[in-house]
Design a protein around this ligand. Structure first.
Ligand SMILES: *Cc1c(COP(=O)(O)O)cnc(C)c1O
Length: 368
């Protein structure tokens, strides 16, 4: 690997920064005698629920399963339609499909890239049972608008918070506005572990109990009796212990991302790049600029300047074979954004080392 290359995300830098705490967390699990759904998972579930102001947290295997189990816990399954965005990670729509329901894509807001309320409303059919909103790049989606739409149409609302750990709308953390919310702890997320991990949070104890059964063989609390058909998807003890060690640093990391976003806005003002919306509750899982010749710019940054940027997301999910339909949905804003978005490195540890170099590279690449 070219050691001069600035990568778009570098989770190993975060691990190095908090290494002593992570080592201690892992040692605690190794010194114990419980490896599946033991004290470390219970401790993290309580801490994460408290951090968000949520009533229940259920640790699961990954973010895709978190979407599936959130919907499953709300009773969504085969024959149902679930409205969502195509400008998201495959896990959002795969999680919907894992329940047996069909993802139905509606267009996004042209500025925020988040699912658009009127577009979602137009996509409702008699089979629609739920809406999954994504707080894209850590920017709060219009949850008040979606809550009102879901309530008036009798639909469940699920927040995909895989980009939004610690993000806020007013004083409230994202994740408490929906009937349930799904989190991923994939290593590059704002709160990430050293493998796969995820969680569902929700307010209703009966929904929480169903999700707990769905994550482990359909077992009801306290009995090893399978009450329903279910797979097996648990957050593991070592990842939970690592997450408990990293959770106290979440706000620090998010503040660093917000500071880096400010520095990018200042430094890139004259480049002509489209800047992301500036929301006080955003945690910048990605800092996403827009350029009409995105692919050319991305190549120049990589080859001439050693700066690797990301694209979140292209192609959009309605153009993936798994989700293609005979009559493709009309998603002009989604397709336009998918062709223009470019994710700059924004993780705090990268910004601390390289932000001026990345700004210089963009200024130079945009001028040529
Ligand atoms: C990462 C991600 C997921 C899936 O999470 P995994 O833990 O990788 O399964 C789902 N939705 C969004 C928006 C994501 O970014």
């Amino acid at each position: 690997m070219d050691t001069n290359l600035i990568q778009q995300a570098m989770p190993s830098l975060r691990i190095a920064r908090y290494r002593p705490e992570i080592d201690r967390a892992i040692a605690t699990v190794l010194d114990g005698s419980s490896y599946i759904l033991g004290p470390a998972v219970a401790t993290f579930e309580a801490a994460f629920a408290a951090r968000l102001g949520a009533r229940h947290c259920i640790g699961v295997g990954n973010g895709t399963d978190a979407v599936a189990l959130a919907l499953g816990g709300l009773g969504i399954g085969p024959g149902d339609e679930v409205i969502t965005t195509a400008l998201t990670a495959p896990g959002t729509a795969q999680g919907i499909a894992l329940t047996g329901a069909r993802p139905v894509f509606a267009d996004v807001d042209p500025v925020t890239g988040c699912l658009d309320v009127p577009a979602a409303e137009r996509a409702i059919t008699p089979r629609t049972r739920a809406i999954v909103v994504v707080h894209l790049y850590g920017h709060p989606a219009d949850v008040a608008g979606f809550r009102a739409l879901a309530d008036s149409a009798g639909l469940a609302l699920v927040e995909d918070c895989a980009h939004a750990h610690g993000a806020r709308l007013g004083e409230q953390a994202l994740g408490v506005f929906g009937d349930a919310a799904a989190f991923s702890f994939y290593p590059t997320k704002n709160l990430g572990c050293l493998g796969d991990g995820g969680a569902v949070v929700c307010g209703d104890p009966e929904v929480a109990a169903r999700i707990r059964a769905l994550r482990r063989y359909g077992w009801k609390a306290g009995a090893q009796i399978s009450e329903c058909v279910a797979g097996n998807s648990c957050l593991d003890e070592i990842q939970a212990a690592i997450l408990s060690a990293l959770l106290p640093h979440l706000d620090e990391g998010n503040l660093e991302r917000r500071a880096a976003a400010r520095a990018y806005r200042d430094g890139l003002g004259g480049t002509g790049l489209g800047m992301p919306p500036d929301d006080p509750g955003c945690v910048y899982h990605q800092f996403v600029v827009r350029h009409s010749r995105r692919d050319r710019l991305r190549e120049a940054l990589l080859h001439d300047h050693g700066v690797s940027c990301g694209v979140h997301y292209s192609p959009p999910l309605h153009q993936h074979p798994a989700f293609a339909t005979a009559v493709p949905p009309s998603l002009p804003h989604t397709e336009r954004l998918a062709s223009e978005v470019l994710s700059l490195p924004i993780q705090g540890e990268i910004a601390a080392r390289y932000l001026p170099r990345i700004v210089d590279a963009l200024v130079s690449a945009c001028a040529s």
